[in-house]
Write a protein that binds this ligand. Structure first.
Ligand SMILES: [Mg+2]
Length: 255
């Protein structure tokens, strides 16, 4: 989108880092208000990295087993340390004589705790273009809707001081939260209800994000970064971008 009118960022200039320059000849009305909310996926869009590492779930399983003084055979491990709530997970729990939903929720609670510890230790950083969120939030409501665990998403917002978001939601722990993850529109619809609107943009880096946006009746924005540069989509997004900064002229033109 180089060459498209790019507005000067407004609002939180004191928080800008050195070296980030904006061309004052390319500004739009800094008071312009856009009524359409812009919702964002978190992993790979706002926060670098694709999501929670699978080792986290494996260690989380060990935590739960240790807590309960349980031991399992190697044959059951693959089923119980997977991210997904599968038939195999359920039957492995039945073999162990534990309630599958309760056991899955307990493991996810530990997965969330461990993922928070990893982020707190500095394993992941904000995407460098996340500063565009500040400009957007000065002009419209922005929200964060993620398939990541709700406690992890809340931690990320607090840890990185992402105060620009007016709505923040990760998925609940447990089987219901798993089933309601994207492409199910459940949490996007929850965001729209909370923001009292039926339209908006959803910005994501996976096909499931585009599908979820369509399922929720939203315009979809697919962001290509290094990790998904060569992905072929089987569903067409409303628009594709390569940087969050490209959202600024897009939402401004719509307004
Ligand atoms: Mg993502």
């Amino acid at each position: 989108m180089t060459g498209v009118n790019r507005p000067q960022y407004g609002g939180s200039e004191p928080e800008r880092q050195e070296g980030q320059k904006h061309n004052s000849n390319e500004r739009v009305d800094s008071n312009a208000h856009i009524d359409i909310p812009v919702l964002f996926d978190m992993d790979g869009v706002v926060l670098e990295g694709h999501g929670t590492d699978s080792i986290v779930h494996s260690r989380a399983l060990d935590d739960v087993l240790q807590e309960r003084g349980m031991e399992i055979g190697d044959d059951l491990r693959p089923a119980l340390e997977t991210y997904e709530y599968t038939e195999t997970f359920v039957s492995a729990c039945e073999t162990l004589g534990v309630d599958p939903a309760e056991f899955y929720t307990a493991r996810e609670r530990r997965s969330a705790k461990r993922s928070i510890e990893r982020i707190a230790a500095g394993t992941r950083t904000l995407c460098p273009d996340a500063e565009a969120l500040d400009w957007l939030s000065d002009h419209t409501t922005i929200g964060l809707v993620s398939n990541n665990y709700d406690p992890t998403v809340a931690f990320v917002v607090d840890h990185f001081r992402l105060d620009a978001f007016g709505f923040v939601r990760g998925r609940d722990l447990g089987p219901d939260g798993f089933r309601r993850r994207k492409p199910d529109p459940h949490y996007l619809e929850e965001a729209l209800n909370a923001l009292d609107t039926s339209e908006g943009y959803y910005v994501g880096d996976r096909e499931t994000d585009i599908l979820a946006a369509k399922n929720a009746g939203l315009d979809s924005v697919f962001i290509r970064r290094d990790h998904n540069a060569d992905v072929t989509l089987n569903v067409e997004p409303t628009v594709e971008i390569n940087s969050l900064e490209e959202l600024i002229p897009i939402v401004t033109n719509i307004a």
